[in-house]
Design a protein around this ligand. Structure first.
Ligand code: NAD
Ligand code: UD1
Length: 349
């Protein structure tokens, strides 16, 4: 079976490629490399021993999409490609709408032309916006608070509409909570451009000495220690959720949303402590003002994925931090680090 992975050289895409190849799928990757590097494909090959057919191409180029579907017998698409920085999306909304929405429309049009009706889509817990209660379940009313979130919400609606119009479609909307960690080999991982926005990559760069201290955005939230609580999920667990979703859409039609989270929330201070434990490094931090747009607490009710996909997250926060740290020390400059630099500094207990 041949699966097209849009955005397959990116963080979550690359980990999903590994899981798919290890499970015997043939894959074709499309990526414009706007937020990733081709080196990730060599690293995936190093882990799996398998080659990947790669198209350096853009979803905005419909002609390229046509070529890809003509040259390959695609059975289903896992659609990761998109821009994902919340702050940037506020500054350049049109760019986000064009890239994420027009890109998806092009993809859907070409899929329909070639009779490919199966898709797993990367949505986000951001579609829940601010809610009164946790855990967050799939049937809550949806809302978005920024252009990035609105692209996810709009794409979910578009996918619902195409499924109503044509009953051949089979679509899984995967709402990720907070993906962190890296492949346990330390060969692939998250390689953010510039200064990271997200907590774990930031802590990781403080631990290795690239950044001097972490700013903790607020300790006056209504949480057990006052800092924000999130449902961190290991990227390898997330990747395995895509395999389960793929199996589901191959045996049914219609559209379904699934939360992919652990169902457990951790505070910023708990993440810092766990990272200090696995790295043996002190993480200097300073409490600052809340980050605009942040919510106090978010974690998933993942029972629907457990019941309908037979999936649940297996890895705990210690493993998430240990694997992030392994990736960081083996690749201090991300994929620019030529060969992984193996180090004995990792403490894994
Ligand atoms: P990423 O930036 O590492 O991967 C996305 C990939 O898509 C990149 O390799 C980028 O080059 C590619 N891309 C972007 N626009 C493209 C286009 N027009 N044509 C072709 N390729 C294009 O991000 P990620 O963390 O792996 O996220 C994957 C998906 O999951 C995204 O849709 C993101 O919005 C969603 N998501 C991510 C998170 C997270 O915290 N990482 C959380 C929720 C949802
Ligand atoms: C952010 C995005 C969200 C996206 C998610 C996963 C915003 C407002 N939200 O969510 O849309 O889906 O990433 O990519 O950007 N924190 C610090 N110091 C830091 C960084 C973070 O204290 O330097 C805190 C935050 O306040 C939060 C927690 O750490 O409480 C997690 O932050 P982050 O990793 O950015 O994820 P989200 O805020 O959940």
């Amino acid at each position: 079976m041949s699966i097209l992975i849009t955005g397959g050289t990116g963080y979550i895409g690359s980990h999903t490629c590994v899981e798919l190849l290890n499970s015997g799928y043939e894959i074709v990757v499309l990526d414009n490399l706007s937020n990733s590097r081709k080196d990730s494909l060599d690293r995936i090959k190093r882990i799996t021993g398998k080659d990947i057919k790669f198209y350096h191409s853009d979803l905005l180029n419909k002609g390229d999409l046509h070529t890809i579907f003509s040259e390959n017998n695609i059975d289903a698409v896992i659609h990761f490609a998109g821009l994902k920085a919340v702050g940037e999306s506020v500054n350049v909304p049109l760019h986000y709408y064009e890239n994420n929405i027009t890109g998806t429309l092009n993809l859907l049009e070409v899929m329909e032309k070639f009779g490919v009706y199966r898709m797993v889509f990367s949505s986000s817990a951001t579609v829940y916006g601010t809610q009164e209660k946790v855990p967050l379940s799939e049937d809550l009313p949806l809302q978005a608070t920024n252009p990035y979130g609105r692209t996810k919400l709009m794409i979910e609606e578009i996918l619902r509409d195409v499924t109503i119009a044509n009953r051949n479609w089979s679509i899984a909307l995967l709402r990720y909570f907070n993906p962190v960690g890296a492949h346990p080999s330390g060969t692939i991982g998250e390689d953010p451009n510039g200064i990271p926005n997200n907590l774990v990559p930031y802590i990781s760069q403080v631990a290795i000495g690239k950044l001097s201290e972490l700013k903790v955005y607020g300790n006056d939230y209504n949480t057990h220690d006052g800092t924000g609580v999130r449902d961190y999920i290991h990227v390898v667990d997330l990747a395995s959720g895509h395999l389960k979703a793929l199996e589901k859409i191959m045996r049914s039609t219609g559209i379904n949303a699934y939360n992919l989270g652990t169902g457990r929330g951790y505070s910023v201070l708990e993440v810092i402590q766990t990272f200090e434990k696995v790295s043996g490094k002190l993480i200097p931090y300073k409490i600052t003002r809340r980050r605009p747009g942040d919510i106090a607490i978010s974690y998933a009710d993942s029972s629907k994925a457990e019941k309908e996909l037979n999936w649940s997250a297996q890895k705990n926060l210690l493993e998430m931090c240990a694997d992030s740290w392994r990736w960081q020390i083996q690749n201090p400059n991300g994929y620019e680090s030529k060969e992984p630099e193996y180090s004995s500094k990792l403490i894994l207990n």
